[in-house]
Structure formats: C-alpha cells, structure tokens
Design a protein. Structure first.
Length: 134
C-alpha cells in the first residue's frame, strides 16, 4: 500500500509539533518534509512532491495566496490550512478551478482528510447563498 506523503509547514513550532504528533504514528501516512519558513514551501513541494501540504491559515477567511501558486503548479496537491484561533480547517485542491471545503477541526477529521475520507461540506460563496435565499 502506497503511503500518503505529507509536508508540514506551520509557522509556529508548537503547531508543527502538534500536527506531526497527530499523524506521525499513522502507518499509512508519511511526513516527508517539515518547513519552518513560508518562503521555502514552493521549493520543498517541488522537490518532495507530497500528496498533502499542511499550513497555518491567516486570521482572515481568504484563501492563502500560496494555495493559488502551488495548486497552479501542482494540481495533484491538496492543502490543509489550519486556523487554530478560529478552530477551523480548510482543504484546498485543484479541479479545473480551486475548490475548498470546511472540515471539522479534530484529530479524527485531520486524519480522515489526509486519507481522502473526510466528510466535508462545500463552502457556498456568500453571493451564491444570498441568491438561494431570495
């Protein structure tokens, strides 16, 4: 069985350590790289070709710019963006366009997302949800 390759690139060491502790003992998931500086992420992804990249999400709800850059160059990649202060996690991937889904912020959901089995609900853009209400 092929292992799921993951690069962990959270800005704070505590978050990196927590994420790595959560997934490091999983037999089907392999941490192939750890990135401390955001500027090193593109080169690390290019070199290691992970299935998943785990990053910290900024305080805003906007998709991190690095998602656009990486998913354009590596359409196979899935990016899990963790926002601890909001107790929120987003999964981004490319499929002709960049999509995202909100997933439950828990150890079980993180592992399920890495295994491609997460129960996720699409995030409906605000303009689209307003038109449905009318």
């Amino acid at each position: 069985m092929r292992k799921i390759k993951v690069v962990v690139a959270n800005r704070t060491r505590l978050m990196r350590d927590l994420v790595m502790a959560t997934i490091s003992d999983q037999p089907d998931i392999e941490i192939v790289g750890v990135v401390e500086e955001e500027t090193s992420i593109p080169g690390t992804v290019e070199q290691l070709r992970p299935d998943y990249l785990i990053i910290a999400m900024d305080r805003s709800e906007d998709r991190p710019h690095i998602c656009d850059v990486l998913l354009d160059q590596h359409p196979h990649l899935r990016i899990l963006a963790l926002a601890v202060e909001r107790n929120s996690t987003m999964c981004y991937w490319a499929n002709l366009d960049i999509r995202s889904n909100r997933i439950e912020n828990s150890e079980e959901s993180l592992l399920s997302a890495l295994r491609g089995r997460a129960i996720i609900e699409p995030v409906v853009p605000e303009a689209e949800s307003n038109s449905r209400a009318n």
